[in-house]
Design a protein around this ligand. Structure first.
Ligand code: SF4
Length: 347
């Protein structure tokens, strides 16, 4: 494993965040430091990133072993020319977040798809920009960040809907916000009587685990309502000693963890890799929750696996991992009506 220039502040999440690789010059420099070369012409790189930006934290780049598409980390995070192949059945909004026929996005910062839970989107910024992202149409675009008045409107909406029992902070990545901003949001939600649970969806435990500071853990565990954190590990090599240490520290503070995995070609599309991933997750007290069939996002055909192959993998895993370590294999419908459990097709 070869690292980009390590720094005395390597363990500081704000340093990792502020030093993410966002342009071709930095990517080329990091690859050269690692003894590799950039093979992508500037015009191709510019064409790809003009529609979907790049972002790689130094920590996550450091997990790459092989500097090409055969590496499961590289494949998830470094732009490739295949992203320019867009097929006619791929969509800009593949899970129908903004399908006007369903009206499930009543406010800029809020999506209300299921009766008793809502998504709250405080920021569109991420720590990294995953090449398979289902919200690539909006992530990283500051125009999609929620302003204070957007958040206030969302709190008012939640207060006026007593049927809402859970709020899921998502994005973008909510853990890219600073402690103060997060504390304000969590406190507002904690004070809404009819809410029972808060959830945070984040890739920071994977790509910048230093974000799981004891200080933020204190803020979360001081709330009255339980806050579940749903991480996003896709491959066993993402489960490092650093990630384990920070997650287990939050777990010891009473913060429960789930994990969502996206089934990705050339990353984790084998029973062997997924078995290792799921067993490693439960070892660090993280419950595998969903295995997502990759959405029909534009320019991601090279990363998708067929549903049939996904089901074959799940069948192989059935007797290999305990039931509580086997996630639900699901696919989001493109019209915005939610998830379909794919394992039902076995019946
Ligand atoms: S962290 Fe999540 S929202 Fe952000 S780019 Fe990756 S998959 Fe998309």
């Amino acid at each position: 494993m070869i690292s980009p220039a390590k720094n005395l502040r390597w363990d500081d999440w704000t340093w990792q965040h502020g030093h993410a690789c966002k342009d071709l010059a930095t990517l080329t420099e990091w690859l050269e430091q690692a003894g590799s070369v950039n093979r992508m012409p500037t015009n191709v790189f510019n064409e790809i990133t003009s529609t979907y930006r790049m972002g790689i934290t130094p920590y996550y780049f450091d997990l790459i072993n092989q500097y090409d598409d055969t590496d499961p980390i590289y494949r998830q995070i470094v732009p490739t020319v295949e992203e320019l192949n867009i097929s006619t059945d791929e969509l800009d909004d593949p899970i129908g977040d903004e399908n006007p026929a369903r009206g499930s996005r009543p406010l800029k910062a809020l999506i209300h798809r299921y009766t008793n839970r809502v998504l709250l989107i405080p920021t569109a910024q991420c720590a990294v920009y995953c090449r398979f992202c289902f919200r690539k149409r909006l992530v990283g675009d500051t125009a999609h960040n929620a302003r204070e008045e957007d958040l206030q409107a969302a709190y008012d909406y939640i207060r006026a809907h007593p049927e809402i029992e859970e709020v899921i902070l998502t994005g973008g990545d909510p853990l890219t916000l600073g402690d103060q901003a997060l504390h304000r949001i969590l406190k507002e939600l904690d004070d809404i009587q009819h809410l029972r649970v808060i959830r945070i969806h984040s890739r920071l435990p994977v790509v910048n685990p230093f974000r799981l500071t004891p200080e933020l853990g204190e803020i979360i565990s001081s709330l009255v309502k339980p806050v579940w954190v749903s991480a996003h590990f896709n491959h066993p090599s993402e489960i490092t000693e650093t990630a384990r240490k920070h997650i287990l520290n939050w777990v010891s503070m009473g913060i429960p963890f789930l994990n969502q995995t996206v089934l990705l070609q050339g990353v984790n599309d084998s029973a062997e890799v997924l078995k290792e991933l799921f067993l490693s997750l439960i070892e660090m007290k993280v419950k595998p929750y969903y295995l997502h069939q990759a959405d029909m996002v534009q320019g991601t055909g090279h990363l998708r696996v067929s549903r049939g192959h996904g089901l074959d993998i799940l069948k192989e895993l059935q007797g290999e991992v305990p039931g509580y370590a086997l996630p639900h294999y699901v696919q989001d419908r493109s019209d915005g009506s939610g998830k379909i459990p794919l394992q039902n097709q076995w019946v």
